[in-house]
Design a protein around this ligand. Structure first.
Ligand SMILES: NC(=O)c1ccc[n+]([C@@H]2O[C@H](COP(=O)([O-])OP(=O)(O)OC[C@H]3O[C@@H](n4cnc5c(N)ncnc54)[C@H](OP(=O)(O)O)[C@@H]3O)[C@@H](O)[C@H]2O)c1
Length: 263
C-alpha cells in the first residue's frame, strides 16, 4: 500500500520579518515547523538572510517585498504568497512605521502614513486570509481555520504624548482586532500581542536601554524570544480570539511620562 502523502506544513506570512522582532518571530516559527513567507519593504539583503536562517531550521521559506503605504501593494501581497506556497494559514502583522510626532508637529500626512502601514495593511491582509480560508472550505476543507496576530504596544495601556500618529494607528489596530475577531469568526481568529520595550533603537544607548528595560514590576521587560513565543502561543491556542496578550514584564501597569526612546 502506498504511503500517505506527508501533511502540508503550515504556512505563515510574517510582515517586517527582515530584521529585529519580525525576524525573531520568523525564526522561532520556522523552528516550530512553520513555512515562513518573509515580508520586507526595503531591507532586501536582511530578508534574504532571514529566509536562509529559516530554511536552516524548518521547511522552505521565501521573501516578498511590499510597501504598505501603497494599498495596491498591500492587497497584492497575500495573493503572491498564495501563488508561491499554495496555501496560507496565518498572518503575523509585525511591520510597523514608527516615526516621531506629537500634538505640535502632527499633520494629516503623518497620520495617513501610519494608518496605512500600521492599521490598513493588517486589515487588508486579514481580509485576504479570510477570503482564502472560505475558498478552501468551499473546496472541501471543512476545518480550514486561520489566525491573524497583530503586534501592538504596551503604551496603548500607558499612554504618553510622544509618537502621536504611531500610537493612534496602533490604538485603531487594537480596536480593529475586536471587530475583525467578530466579523471573521469562525474561520479566522484574531489575537493581539503587545510587547514592552524589547529592542533598542538609534535613539537609545545600550546602557540607557538596559536601565529602561529593568523599569517594570518584574524587573525586566520583554525579550524577542518572549514575544516570539507569545506569537506562537497565539497561533496554536484555538480558543484565543479578540484579545491581547501583554508581554511586557508589567510595564503597562506603570506610568511613564514619555516614550522610552525619549526618556
Ligand atoms: N521593538 C520594540 O521594543 C517594540 C515595542 C513595542 C511594540 N513593538 C511592535 O512590535 C513590532 C515589531 O517591532 P520592531 O521594533 O521589530 O519594528 P521596526 O523595526 O520599527 O519595523 C519593522 C519593519 O517594518 C517595516 N516597515 C516599516 N514601514 C513599512 C511600510 N510602510 N511597509 C512595509 N513595511 C514597513 C520595515 O521593513 P524594512 O526594513 O524592510 O523597510 C521594518 O524593518 C512593531 O509592530 C512594533 O510596533 C516593538
Amino acid at each position: 500500500m502506498p504511503a500517505a502523502p506527508a501533511p502540508r506544513p503550515r504556512t505563515v506570512l510574517v510582515t517586517g520579518a527582515a530584521r529585529r522582532l519580525g525576524r525573531a518571530i520568523a525564526l522561532h516559527l520556522a523552528g516550530a515547523g512553520w513555512q515562513v513567507a518573509v515580508h520586507y519593504r526595503s531591507s532586501q539583503q536582511d530578508a534574504l538572510d532571514t529566509v536562509a536562517a529559516c530554511a536552516a531550521l524548518g521547511p522552505a521559506s521565501a521573501h516578498f517585498a511590499a510597501d504598505f503605504e501603497d494599498e495596491a501593494a498591500a492587497r497584492a501581497l497575500l495573493p503572491r504568497v498564495l501563488e508561491h506556497f499554495g496555501a496560507v494559514d496565518a498572518v503575523v502583522n509585525s511591520a510597523s512605521l514608527f516615526e516621531h510626532d506629537d500634538v505640535h508637529t502632527f499633520s494629516y500626512p503623518a497620520l495617513a502614513r501610519h494608518l496605512a502601514s500600521n492599521t490598513g495593511a493588517p486589515i487588508v491582509l486579514a481580509q485576504a486570509l479570510h477570503a482564502h480560508l472560505l475558498a478552501r472550505a468551499e473546496a472541501g476543507e471543512a476545518e480550514a481555520q486561520g489566525v491573524v496576530v497583530n503586534l501592538l504596544d504596551q503604551k496603548l495601556w500607558n499612554q504618553n504624548p510622544d509618537f502621536l500618529s504611531y500610537t493612534l494607528s496602533k490604538a485603531a489596530l487594537e480596536a480593529a482586532g475586536t471587530m475583525l475577531a467578530l466579523a471573521l469568526a469562525p474561520r479566522c481568529r484574531v489575537v493581539g500581542v503587545a510587547p514592552g520595550l524589547t529592542l533598542t533603537s538609534h535613539l537609545l544607548s545600550q546602557e540607557r536601554f538596559a536601565q529602561l528595560h529593568a523599569l517594570s514590576p518584574l524587573g525586566r521587560s520583554s525579550t524577542p524570544e518572549d514575544i516570539a513565543s507569545a506569537v506562537r502561543f497565539a497561533l496554536d491556542n484555538r480558543a484565543l480570539t479578540g484579545t491581547t496578550l501583554l508581554v511586557d514584564g508589567g510595564q503597562h501597569l506603570m506610568r511613564f511620562e514619555r516614550d522610552f526612546s525619549l526618556m
